[in-house]
Design a protein. Structure first.
Length: 453
């Protein structure tokens, strides 16, 4: 009886303690949820405005124009064989190069109707078949090209015996028979050789008759006459030999002004007619070229310093502007190996050298660009103006003008309180402007207000 009464009292105490704990928790929750008007106003008030600052710097101030560009070689040449030696049809029978391939002097580019088209060094375009006995710039250029390939050519001003011999050896090395002036010429030379032999025999017989012990035979040939006839026959033969023999057809050579040379595009297809440009070569200095929109040069002039940023790996190279406008267009103009005419190497809407239409700019790197970079995209930066010497500069946004026309900046001190410093401004560029303090101190490292957020 007593035990049951004690157990009942314990249950009542435990239940009362639990109820008290619940009530306390509820009171705490309500007290945290209920806020005074001052608290509500403080929590809903807009945050304070943040002052944005930037440091005052001392450096050379540059005004830079940036444009996109491409690494190119200065000239492109369309290879268009004008004719094929001793063939009526012009058909592509072999293609010996691929796009982007480097080409050496003396190398075969393509074969047309079984005959090679060879690339040789020279700035003067091929305009005729170069035949024995010929003179002129193209002859001298051929002789110089053969010497560069290692063949011995005498210092002759005419397409003479040593040039014939060197040309023959070149064709032998290529695996083709050297072109000849023709069967009729060969037959004429053979006939002239026969006349020389006959004249020599007649002279010998005249000498024998004149040297005999018997009386002179009336009507016998005169030795002097026979000697004159032999001299004339020899002159005729020498003249024929000088004008006949190995030759260089116009359709079998492409002269390029400078090496290295790379193949830009190949359009020749084996079995098809050889019409138009069979392939396009790029030659000359490797440069970076870009275009500005429209016709405004934006202050860019020849000689200005520039920087070439390679998009592929982020490398930069210093350089200078070497051509702009019409001069740049002329520098990048398409040439031709045999015939005139431009070749669009990069599609519609593009100018010489595959550039977009606009105002062209050519930049030459201080250290020559690697020809392997041809075709890669680059970013070009040209410094069109410079302060020359280090000067105090601030962001353009830091400068303001008052109603009285006075220009100033606001400098934030150690106490975070801004103070106004009157300045005069100088040159500007790349988002910065030169400032010269007029009223108040302004030093490198000070922070100036550029905005509020």
């Amino acid at each position: 009886m007593v035990r049951s009464e004690l157990a009942r009292r314990r249950r009542v105490l435990v239940l009362g303690a639990g109820t008290t704990a619940v009530l306390c928790s509820a009171v705490l929750a309500l007290s945290s949820a209920v806020k005074s008007p001052a608290q509500v106003a403080a929590e809903t008030e807009a945050p304070g405005r943040t002052v944005l600052t930037a440091p005052v710097e001392r450096r050379v101030l540059n005004d830079t124009v940036v444009l996109r560009g491409t690494v190119v070689q200065a000239h492109t040449i369309a290879v268009e064989p004008a004719a094929v030696f001793e063939s009526e049809r012009m058909v592509v029978t072999a293609v010996r190069v691929k796009a982007r391939q480097a080409v050496k002097a003396g190398q075969i580019l393509v074969e047309v109707s079984g005959r090679p088209v060879v690339v040789l060094p020279g700035a003067f375009p091929a305009y005729r078949d170069i035949r024995p006995g010929a003179r002129g710039k193209d002859v001298a250029q051929l002789q110089a090209a053969l010497r560069k390939l290692g063949y011995r050519v005498a210092r002759e001003s005419v397409f003479g015996p040593s040039t014939k011999a060197a040309l023959t050896r070149l064709y032998d090395s290529l695996g083709y028979p050297v072109p000849h002036t023709g069967t009729a010429d060969q037959q004429a030379v053979e006939q002239a050789e026969l006349r020389v032999r006959d004249a020599q025999r007649a002279l010998d017989e005249a000498r024998d008759a004149a040297g005999g012990s018997g009386p002179a035979v009336p009507g016998a040939p005169d030795v002097d006459d026979m000697r004159a006839a032999l001299d004339q026959a020899r002159r005729d033969l020498a003249d024929l030999v000088a004008r006949t023999g190995p030759m260089l057809p116009m359709g079998e050579v492409v002269f390029v002004p400078a090496f290295p040379v790379r193949v830009v595009k190949v359009t020749a297809v084996v079995g098809r007619a050889a019409q138009g440009a069979l392939l396009t070569l790029a030659t000359g200095d490797v440069v970076a070229a870009g275009t500005l929109p429209g016709s405004d040069p934006q202050g860019i002039e020849v000689g200005m310093p520039a920087e070439i940023l390679h998009s592929a790996d982020g490398r930069t190279q210093p350089g200078r502007v070497t051509a702009v406008g019409e001069a740049a267009t002329a520098l990048l103009a398409t040439g031709s190996g045999q015939t005139s005419g431009e070749e669009d190497t990069a599609g519609q809407g593009q100018s010489s050298g595959g550039l977009q239409q606009g105002y062209p700019v050519v930049i030459t790197a201080t250290k020559p660009l690697d020809p392997k970079l041809v075709g890669q995209s680059v970013r070009l930066s040209v410094v069109v103006a410079s302060s020359g010497e280090p000067t105090l500069v601030v962001p353009v946004a830091a400068v303001s003008a008052g109603g009285d026309g006075a220009v100033s900046v606001r400098v934030v001190g150690a106490d975070d309180e801004p103070r106004t410093v009157r300045v005069t401004v100088g040159s500007s560029g790349d988002g910065y402007v030169e400032v010269i303090p007029v009223d108040g101190a302004l030093r490198e490292g000070d922070r100036v207000v550029v905005g509020v957020s």
